[in-house]
Ligand binder design. Structure first.
Ligand code: PEP
Ligand code: MN
Length: 275
């Protein structure tokens, strides 16, 4: 079902009026984690002002250390709902456990399955039954074939709204957090009708590398981007080093708008309706 042979058209997914998978590029931006009201609302308002289509923010965080900030959990979902009301932006957040799918689905517009859970088959089956689109991130050790099979799990349970996200893979290289696999973009686009986006934040781990790799991903054919933006990255509880300042995000959005038509795409900024 994920393969191109099963569908004669490209899948286009509508999220709150913004479409992903067509000519238009879709930009998802926001903090790594929801930390508090001021942090989320300030960041959300900035990304809205600069044209983002969807707000991201983790309420349940998969951290390497059990002593690191684990997310605000349900309180984080409430804050995301508030940000959604104040900015009008649809929201995406990660779901880490089968037991959270129903709850998270009540608050957000897209369910994210993170890299660490790409091969959590019970979770894939559960989001496959959900009535919300799923943003499926490539496992950091997963092959393209395994990534496609993970998407198949979701599709085969009845959910046909799956967005694939390349977010970097583990290689011998340690100069950056992950090796963003740009090859995956044309490869996936040739294999599947599903939309393919790229996360240059986790893909690099360095703020200054996000812009160049975001542009490279769009040039390589990605349908959109997911990027971390924080109103004060130096104070972030999670992934501050790879989070853009709002001004960096604004500049990058302007550059992407110029780049898009050169490769037959377009980027229209979502109209900000801030309350
Ligand atoms: C995230 O997007 O919040 C995240 C944890 O990313 P990944 O699953 O790709 O590591
Ligand atoms: Mn992060």
């Amino acid at each position: 079902m994920a393969g191109k042979q099963s569908s004669d058209h490209q899948t286009i997914i509508d999220v709150g009026g913004s479409k992903i998978g067509g000519d238009e590029l879709m930009i998802i931006a926001g903090p790594c984690a929801v930390e508090n009201k001021v942090q989320l609302l300030s960041t959300a308002k900035s990304v809205t002002k600069y044209g983002a289509h969807i707000l991201r923010g983790g309420a349940f965080k998969p951290r390497s250390s059990p002593y690191s900030f684990q997310g605000l959990e349900e309180e984080g979902l409430h804050l995301l709902q508030l940000a959604r009301l104040e900015t009008g932006l649809p929201v995406v957040t990660e779901v880490m456990d089968t037991r959270q799918v129903e709850l998270v689905g009540e608050y957000v517009d897209i369910l994210q399955v993170g890299s660490r859970n790409m091969s959590n088959y019970p979770l894939l089956k559960e989001v496959g039954k959900a009535k919300k689109p799923v943003l499926l991130k490539r496992g950091m050790n997963a092959t393209i074939d395994e990534f496609m099979w993970a998407a198949e799990y979701i599709l085969s349970r009845g959910n046909d709204r799956v967005i694939l996200c390349e977010r970097g893979i583990r290689t011998f290289e340690t100069a950056y957090r992950n090796t963003l696999d740009l090859n995956a973009i044309p490869m996936l686009k040739s294999l599947t009708h599903l939309p393919v986006i790229v996360d240059p934040s986790h893909g690099t781990g360095h703020r200054w590398m996000v812009g160049p790799m975001a542009k490279a991903a769009i040039a390589a054919g990605a349908d959109g981007l997911q990027m971390e933006v924080h109103y004060k990255p130096e104070e972030a509880l999670c992934d501050g080093n790879q989070s853009l300042y709002p001004e960096d995000f604004e500049k990058l959005m302007q550059e992407l708008k110029i780049l898009a038509p050169a490769i037959g795409r377009s980027l229209s900024f979502r109209k900000a309706v801030l309350h």
